[in-house]
Design a protein around this ligand. Structure first.
Ligand code: HEC
Length: 201
């Protein structure tokens, strides 16, 4: 009986301590046993911040930033197409094709495309030796006849078995690669008219 009384009192006390004052309004801060991440060293949006030169915590976005997932300007340079629709590709590269762009394209092609499409663009890249069956032959007349915007689109989004490289290759570089692919094609289908007059004979 003595034990029962002791246990009864202790249990009642325990229940009261845990649940007794629940729901009470208090102006005192609650007891924190583990404060975890309730309070942390951080800057709030409008707080001054000496770390930056303009002393603002919220920095303006870097010029030209495109938010992830937001549509960027729907222009031929960005998409390879005229606005609206899915197949109205631009026929010619919409940026200036210069020697520098071509050199850049050759370099980028070697990095991103050569393994599969081969140095000539004929689809005999090193991956063929490792069992990659069908690799698009870039010298195929069907692809030669494609508008430049379509090749740009293939690089950006991929096609059938080919993955898209839009996330890895900048827009400028994609056009540079298109220019280089055109050069590869022209090199294979050159006619006498492509030669300078003094070499034509
Ligand atoms: C991992 C291997 C691989 C890489 C890297 C690769 N391709 Fe391809 N590509 C393919 C395959 C496979 C196909 C054939 C796709 C199909 O029709 O199933 C293809 C097809 C194509 C086509 C033809 C699309 C059509 O309309 O039929 C073009 C153009 C092309 N690739 C361009 C490129 C360019 C430019 C690059 C470099 C940025 C590149 N590819 C990188 C594997 C690759």
């Amino acid at each position: 009986m003595r034990y029962f009384l002791v246990i009864f009192i202790l249990t009642s006390l325990g229940v009261f301590l845990i649940a007794g004052k629940q729901g009470d309004v208090s102006r005192k801060p609650p007891i924190e046993i583990f404060d975890d991440m309730v309070r942390q060293v951080k800057f709030r949006p409008q707080q001054p911040n000496r770390f930056f030169e303009n002393e603002r915590t919220s920095q303006l976005k870097v010029e030209g930033t495109v938010a992830r997932g937001s549509a960027y300007e729907d222009s031929p340079v960005n998409t390879g197409k005229f606005g609206g629709g899915n197949t109205n590709f631009v026929s010619a590269i919409p940026i200036a094709v210069t020697g520098t762009l071509m050199t850049r394209g050759a370099e980028r092609y070697a990095i991103s495309c050569k393994v599969c499409h081969g140095a000539l663009g004929d689809g005999n890249g090193v991956t063929k030796k490792f069992g990659m069956g069908v690799v698009g032959n870039l010298l195929d007349p069907v692809i030669v006849k494609q508008p430049d915007g379509q090749i740009f689109n293939t690089i950006t989004h991929g096609r059938n078995l080919m993955n898209g490289y839009g996330a890895n290759i900048t827009i400028q570089d994609r056009w540079a690669i298109v220019a280089y692919v055109r050069a590869l094609q022209r090199a294979q289908f050159a006619t006498a008219a492509d030669l300078p007059a003094e070499l034509r004979k």
